[in-house]
Design a protein around this ligand. Structure first.
Ligand code: ADP
Ligand code: MG
Length: 225
């Protein structure tokens, strides 16, 4: 599903160059649950942006589901991103004035889906994350864990091949963090590819495969039981 070869990302700020990713190669198959972990500044967010088609590498190859995405222009990249990837962020990124249902519907509105169909899909997604009884609540009326579950429903509603979660438990207490991890595991058991970015080794250890990065390079890549 994902084939990455010798990918490098250099940020240039005036005369200063930062090599945030330095020759990364990795393959990720459909149905995997991979954690990418490393300390602050190791290149996790940069990797996540490239994996998620939010940015393109300075050099190297990225093939996603058979398409070479490393050299695409922004508009085409956005098209692939919207089709293939559901994002979950540390900050939830829900719109505060919209209800849970409206937040989850939003990506489908951008796709131009008729109201009847998108409402049904959003309700199904919220039911999957155990929030069928919170459809009309606004983010401020929900706990952090519930808000993150709304965000997972929003990531799921477009039926992406890949769920890409960047520090999804970073703002949660340990009980809610476990709930969110259980949810990601359930989605993975149902066949969805999950890529989890985290600096927290105890969270990473719940994945089936752990990739450790340091200074923009892969240090180790191991499959756990
Ligand atoms: P992590 O998410 O693991 O903390 P990042 O990918 O954010 O790591 O950062 C990796 C390196 O790239 C760091 O040295 C960081 O300062 C640098 N960096 C990240 N984003 C930018 C940017 N937009 N411009 C310049 N340097 C950046
Ligand atoms: Mg980061």
């Amino acid at each position: 599903m994902i084939h990455i070869e010798n990918m490098t990302k250099i940020y240039r700020m005036g005369k200063v160059e930062v090599r945030a990713l330095d020759g990364v190669s990795i393959d990720i198959e459909e149905g995997e649950f991979v954690a990418i972990t490393g300390p602050s500044g190791s290149g996790k967010s940069t990797f996540m942006h490239l994996l998620g088609c939010l940015d393109t590498p300075t050099s190297g190859t990225y093939i996603l589901n058979g398409s070479e995405v490393s050299k695409l222009r922004q508009d085409k990249l956005a098209e692939i991103r919207n089709k293939e990837i559901g994002f979950v962020f540390q900050e939830f990124n829900l719109l505060p004035r919209l209800t849970a249902l409206e937040n989850v519907e939003l990506p489908l509105i951008y796709r131009g889906m008729p109201v009847h169909e998108r409402r049904q899909r959003a309700m199904d997604a919220l039911e999957k994350v155990g929030l069928a009884n919170r459809l009309n609540h606004r983010p401020t009326e929900m706990s952090g864990g519930q808000q993150q579950r709304v965000a997972i429903a929003r990531a799921l509603v477009g039926d992406p091949n890949i769920i890409l979660a960047d520090e999804p438990t970073g703002n949660l207490d340990s009980r809610s963090a476990h709930e969110v991890m259980d949810m990601l595991k359930d989605l993975n058991s149902a066949g969805r590819t999950v890529i989890l970015i985290t600096h927290d080794m105890s969270i990473a250890s719940e994945a089936k495969r752990i990739v450790r990065i340091l200074d923009g390079r892969i240090l180790s890549d191991e499959v756990v039981s």
